[in-house]
Structures are given as C-alpha cells and as structure tokens.
Design a protein around this ligand. Sequence first.
Ligand code: HDE
Length: 765
Amino acid sequence: EAMAQAMPANRHKAAEYGAAQALTPPAGEQVPPGHDDLTASTLTEHQASHKLGDGLPRTGTNASNESLDRVRVDSSAQALTSNQGVRVADNQHSLKAGPRGPALLEDFLLREKLTHFDHERIPERVVHARGTGAHGYFECYDGLAELTMAAPFAGAGKRTPVFVRFSTVAGERGSADTVRDVRGFAVKFYSEDGNWDLVGNNMPVFFIQDAIKFPDLVHALKPEPHHAMPQASSAHDTFWDFVSLMPESTHMLLWLMSDRALPRSYRMMQGFGVHTFRLVNVQGESRLCKFHWSPVAGTHALRWDEAVKIAGADPDFHRRDLWEAIEAGLQPEWELGLQVFSEAEAGAFDFDVLDATKLVPEELVPVRPVGRLVLTRNPDNFFAETEQVAFCTAHLIPGLDFTSDPLLQGRVHSYVDTQLTRLGGPNFHEIPINTPIAQVHNHQRDGLHRQAIARGRVAYEPNSLAGGCPFQAGRLGFVSFPEVVEGTKLRAHPERFAEHFAQARLFWRSQTLVEQQHLVAAFRFELSRVQVPAVRVRVLSLLAAVDSRLASAVAAGLGLPVPPAAPTLAHPAHAGADTPPHAPADAPVSSALSMLARPGDGQPAGRRVALFSQTGMDVEGLLAVHAALLAAGAVPRFVGHRLGALDPTPALGPLQVEATLEALPSVLWDALVLPDARSADGRGLPLQHQAELVDFVRDQYRHGKPLLMLGDAAELLRAAGVPEALLDGEPEMGLFRGGPPDDPALRVDADVVGAFIASLGRPRH
Ligand code: HDE
C-alpha cells in the first residue's frame, strides 16, 4: 500500500499522469480475500487499475471520473515523444537529403505523425451527430425497492455517477446548435450492477410506431441525396413528403413545430424516455413506467428569429452555454420523475402504451419525483469522451426491462450495431468512457483494439479447468421479466395504434395563444420551403384532422384553401359510449404540455446580461446593477462599441468593456441594461443614432427579453421601434425603469432592479 501511494498506478508511465499528485489514481479499496459478495469476489483481472472494492462510488466522488484516471494524460513539463515513447528532437523539419532535397522514406517520425493525422476522423453518428456532454451524478430521493431493484434507486441519497450527452438529430457534426430539431437527452448510469443507458429525447413522443420505418424517416429528414441540402433542417420536400404520408407522425410534428424544438439551453429542456419501460422489484413484480427529466432552470425556448440569428452569431451556442455554466460551478440539475402504472391500468387507456407516438397524460398518471441529476464536470477531452461515448437502449440492468414497443425493440438492436462501424469493432465497451465501474468477466475474446489481457487458457463455459469461473450469476444476474407472450407470426399493428390525431389535438389545445402562434408560424415557414404543392396540401389535410383553426391559420399563410381532413378513425373512447371511461387523450387540455403554463419555472442564475457602456456615461449606476446581478448568480458583462477601458470610476478605476456589440450581438444575451442617456456628456453620437445599438435594442424588445433603463432612454427605444406608450417603462412588457430614483444619493432604484433580475429566469414577456 505504501508503494502504491508513493508511485503512480503505472510506475513505468509516470509521466502520463503528470507530476501532480492529484492526477495519480488513488490506490483504491482492497478486497479482502474470501469476501463473499458476488461482485467483489470476482475482482481479479484489473488489479493494476484502481477499479477495486465494492464498485460503489465513494460519497462525494464520481467513480466514473476516477476510473478515467487510468488513461488521463497530462503533458505539462514533458518532452514530446512518438507513439512508441521515443523522444522527438525536432518537430519542425522532416528528414531530407540536404536542406532542399526530397524527404526520406525512413523518416518514421514524419510518417507516424501524418498517418495518425490521416485517420483522426471516425464516422459521425448517423443521427444525433452534433452533441455535447458532461459528467455528473444521479441522486435518489428515496429507495424505490417496492418498484424496482435497479441499483440507482436502491436507497435515499444514493449517488450513481453518470455521463450525459445532449444532441440535435438531423445536423452533421459541425452544424449549428440552434436549428429547429428534436434534442437528444442520453444518460449513462455507471451503476455497480452494470451500465444503464436511458437514451431519451426532449419530446415525449416520436414520429413513427415501428422500427422498420426508421431508416425511411431519417433518409427523408437528412439532406436530400442529389445535392446534399438542406443542412440540419426539416424544411424541405422529402421530409414533409414522408410525414404527410405517415399520419402517425402528426402528433410529433406538432411538438417539432412548437418552441420545444428551439430550446434556450440544454440546461432548460425536459427529457423523456419516450417508450414505456418496465420496472421489476426483487419479488419479480412488474409495473410499467415512463421516465421524465425536468430542469430546475425551467423549460425555456428561443424565438425563431433569435434561433436563426444565433446560428450565425454563435453556432456553438448550446455547447458553449453548457460548458460555461459547468465551468462557472452552476451545476445544472434535473429532477427525474416516473409515471408508474399497471398493465391493467394501461389496458384501459384509450391509446396503447406500446405506441411511441402517444404520451401518458399527466392527468391520467401523475409524475412522481424520484431523484435528481446534477452535472458537475466538463469532459477533459471532447473526442475521447463525448464523441466516443456509446449509448445503447440495450444497456439495461436488473430491475428494469423492455416492453414490446416495436420501436424500442428495433432500437435494442440498432445502437450496438451502429457502434461497430462508428467505433471500429466489438470492443467499444473498453473505451474508457464506456467501461462500466462494475467488473467485466466473460469469455468474449479478441477483436480489433482489445484492451483486456485475459489470463489463463479457458475461454469457454461450462469449464472445469478454471473451476467453472466466471460462473452464471443466477437470480443475482439479469433475469428477463417472464411476460407471457403468444401470438401468430405476422406483420401488423395493434388496433389502438390506428388512431393518430387525438393526442395531437390535446397538445394543440394545451398551448397558450402565443405558443399556438409560434406553432402556426413554424408550419408556415417549413411548408413554404416545400416546393411540391401536393405535399403542402397533404400536410394541411393532416392538420385539418387535428383542429380546423390550426389548419386554416397555416393554410392562410400558404395562400391555400383548407383541404378535406385526412380520414380519422372514430376515437376508441368515443365509440359506442357517451362518456369516455377515463380522462381520455381527447381531454380539453393538459397543462403539463405547455411550456408557458408550467408554473414556478426558471432562475436568474446563469442568465447573460449585457450592460451597455460608453465613454462619458454614468457608470456608477451600471456598477450597482452589475453587483446585484452577480449576487443573483447571473452573468453580467459590460458591452460597448470597442473593447478596453472607459472613464475611471471612483469605486474601481477604469471600467473595462468586455465584449463588443458586433462580436456578441443581442441574440446572445438574455437581457440588457442601459445607462441614463442624459448622462452622456455630449461625447460621441447620441444613442439613437448608433445603428448597432439600435439594432441591439430592437432585437431585445422583439424577442421579449427584459430591459432595464437606468434613466431616460426614450429616444433610443423610439428609434428601435418600441411603442410610444412603453418608452417610460412597463414591467408587464419587460421594460423596467430603474433610475434615477427620488433619492439623489442612490444611483438606482433597488426594487426595480430586483424586479428586473427576478424576471430574468421567467418565460419571455
Ligand atoms: Fe436513436 N439512434 N434511434 N432514438 N437516438 C441513435 O445510435 C435509432 C430513437 C436517440 O448521444 C444512433 O449511437 C433507431 C428514439 C439519442 O450518442 C442509432 C430508432 C429516441 C441518440 C439510433 C431510434 C432516440 C440516438 C446513432 C427507431 C428517443 C444519441 C448513433 C427504432 C427516445 C445518443 C448511435 C448519443 C442515436 C437508432 C429512435 C434517441 C443509429 C433505429 C425514439 C438521444 O443507433
């Protein structure tokens, strides 16, 4: 043990851990011989790593981070070497026959460097190529033993390390973050019973009901094959052609055209497991379940105009937002909720819970909060961690199981299969970010890039030569829930899969007026990009089957009459009965479906606020607001026309402008603070004649963001198109007038500043 503490884990490669003690993997807990715990007693293969002990993360630590210490490299104060560890004398010149001579074949250093470079890229994910990830933990509120034996839910306060990757779906790896799209929300739980991946989206339903349609959906959505356009957008003929012929996609289309498809931040979107899963307890009893993630920062969206402009101003907007929030110590957080119901209850719903185009309304089954997900640490290396992480719906642990959802069944195959190509072979589970903290023991061998050095001559089971090890775990292993299944082999879907519009209507009716307006605008935009008139008409007929007001509003924007509604089945709940037996999907509204109706959402923490400043203006007031914003956890920055120092202030000396209006335009900020225009002592152009500033204010106002005036800004606001009635401030409309207060000793009115700050985390005005 003393040696282990003095030495790095691999004493032959001390340099790869750097000199810093912190980078040396801890020795790890030792397993006493004869320990009878099943997991622990089999820990023999990885003695050189610190993956020892009971497999549980230590309190307050992240076991998955620590296991990565084995492969972390810190090159500070180290000499450059080749991949064979040979120190490189000169990395600037290739080996030549004379200074002007040809390069020599024997230059193995040049060849190694170029060869490695030539193979740096791996295939991108066929969908969800663009994404970003972070480490953290899941903490269980209370033990859920009555429902499931899944390790992350084993007891109150139990923490399980996680890696999370958020993504867009359609765009390529380098595409913009703020496009209209579904967002992936994939969570890998590194539990002591093995890895569990909950590979979800930020919308609770999907386009199709059966996996066999997925390649067609994706081919229709991706850039059209003849000219490879458009990038990261569904606004083109092939997508709408496909979905117009696929009425089951109608519900998801409404979600996709809603502001849910334009999240303000990955930190501010919900996540859903989408499918119905199964929970199994230790007695072998099973319940059905839907998974919900709800962000503590609130569920917030961008405006479309904003999203479009951000795609140009900062294509990495969401990636940067998450990175910066975690670097700043904000620790983004979501609450996990479960909707739990029995098979019998599900049988009485007027939709089929195996149909991924349907959700379970919260009025029918409430969401029970069971734990929280906290992101604490950015990856060290994007490629090694975020790019190489391999999520898979088949990564399941005891206590959880699949249902026969035909979409889920296809996914269980597809995710492993895709990694074989993307990560180059069957050993992708050995890439550090994918290795479980639970030990791996089996007779799988060899393959490209094998890491484990399996000892002994036995690679089969049953065996006697290795004492029967590793042995079958029996009831301590994964046992599939013994669901009774019988049926005729056929290609068909259940009867309740045939109704496609009731939940689309529920979603539409549940939106507030402004959300409905945004939805209509999105349909108009997308369909105006469609060139083939018949496709537009077919989509309108789907919308007509949802709601006549929706259809006519969209049709008006396209200059088309509303066509006859697509054929609808009688809603099963209404067939032959006056009153539906259960709160049906056709209920008038479900408030959980509207982002704006979600109460209590949002926080000022992490919101970005621009404080406009220029030479000669009253910076004292700005400084007071700056301090108040910092105290609330917001991110205030002084912006102006040029970087650098402004007038000295008595308090702080020269105030530094940190960002220019040009480099960080309005759309990259959540709010704006304007100093008193009268305080500009005649130096420079009047504010209302500064084109970039006028544009900035116009966008802030149009996008419904809070604006705080520390005095008169009427001329500027007028130039930016703010209506006359609002020039003096109107908090209801997000325009706050905070100074100068009656007391000349004060620079700003603290109550108004407080109201402005409180409004930062709320939905847009
Ligand atoms: Fe995926 N999906 N998917 N998907 N999916 C992939 O796996 C697939 C579906 C989702 O951050 C791929 O490793 C099929 C639903 C996320 O790495 C691939 C079907 C939901 C991610 C694949 C679906 C998702 C993926 C591409 C229909 C929400 C990104 C690369 C049967 C519940 C995970 C990869 C990450 C990625 C297949 C439908 C979510 C090809 C066949 C429904 C979040 O395997």
